[in-house]
Design a protein around this ligand. Structure first.
Ligand SMILES: NC(=O)c1ccc[n+]([C@@H]2O[C@H](COP(=O)([O-])OP(=O)(O)OC[C@H]3O[C@@H](n4cnc5c(N)ncnc54)[C@H](OP(=O)(O)O)[C@@H]3O)[C@@H](O)[C@H]2O)c1
Length: 263
């Protein structure tokens, strides 16, 4: 990662911040984005204290002009872009029959359109550097999860988009990684949207039992260094993808039983 420039959307918390640490410690110059100025300042200060050459760009990925501006600021500051990590994301927890459709629109805007806007703006620079586009998807991008219709749809959309893009870019040497973490300790369940669009403000799961964001970031760094196509994390996550491929009807029932425990 020496002399490389990495742009990470949603780099103020969880997996994004951990990726900023991992790529920065591996020698990259890092730009992080996020919507909240206070969180951006705190994350940038933490990274700089750890000796990482880091800048922040305040941007909502779901706003095309802002996402484009974040890419332009990165290239203006560091002269190049080698890795774009489409990480910014939002989740939900509500049954479809009760959910306000604005929740699904917001999830598509952030998780899917945010990835599209950032990738579109970054592509000329990634073609020049023969760099990498990373999509931080989820097991929900392989297997729809109850209570997360909009989240699953947004992650499936990311998969279709990035798989098609990878194939288009094969002759030009741009690498595309689809990373699907399993349950990871972070802020994602606190900020997840409830049926009325408010943040649920708590986690219904045991965060301490999950993979750490730092471990996810180490796997993402390795996968970028080895230009892997996919990364699927946690034993439970890999088992879910495997069972869903070969025993889909059984997986319907197993997944329902698992998520019913959340209440
Ligand atoms: N944690 C898990 O269990 C898990 C599992 C699989 C996949 N993932 C995926 O991993 C990614 C990161 O999630 P996380 O778990 O690290 O969550 P997190 O701790 O909530 O971090 C989310 C980050 O995204 C930023 N963000 C949210 N909406 C944004 C927007 N519209 N524009 C720009 N930045 C935005 C947040 O900052 P601001 O709020 O300040 O903007 C924050 O920096 C997501 O794509 C998520 O779907 C997570």
């Amino acid at each position: 990662m020496k002399n490389k420039v990495v742009l990470i959307t949603g780099g103020t918390s969880g997996i994004g911040l951990a990726c900023a640490r991992a790529f920065g410690q591996a020698g990259a110059r890092v730009v992080i984005t996020g919507r909240d100025a206070g969180r951006l300042a705190a994350a940038t200060a933490e990274l700089q204290t750890a000796g990482i050459d880091c800048l922040a760009a305040q941007a909502d990925v779901g706003d095309e002009a802002a996402a484009t501006r974040a890419v332009a600021e990165t290239v203006r500051a560091f002269g190049q872009l080698d890795v774009l990590i489409n990480n910014a994301g939002l989740s939900m927890r509500a049954r479809f029959q009760e959910v306000d459709l604005a929740v699904l629109r917001q999830l598509m805007q952030t998780n899917f359109w945010g990835t599209v806007y950032s990738t579109k703006a970054a592509l000329p620079h990634l073609l020049a550097s023969r760099g990498s586009v990373v999509g931080i998807s989820s097991i929900a991008g392989y297997r729809g999860l109850p209570g997360r219709t909009g989240y699953s749809a947004s992650k499936f959309a990311m998969h279709g988009f990035l798989e098609a893009l990878r194939t288009e870019l094969l002759p030009q040497g741009v690498h595309v990684l689809l990373a699907a973490p399993g349950f990871t300790a972070s802020n994602i369940r606190h900020s997840a949207l409830a049926a009325d669009g408010s943040a649920q403000g708590e986690s219904p799961r045991d965060e301490a039992a999950m993979m750490s964001a730092d471990e996810v970031a180490r796997h993402v760094l390795e996968a970028v260094l080895h230009r892997r196509r996919t990364l699927t994390l946690t034993a439970q996550g890999r088992l879910t993808v495997f069972l869903n491929k070969w025993l889909p009807a059984l997986t319907d029932r197993l997944v329902l039983r698992h998520f019913e425990k959340e209440g």
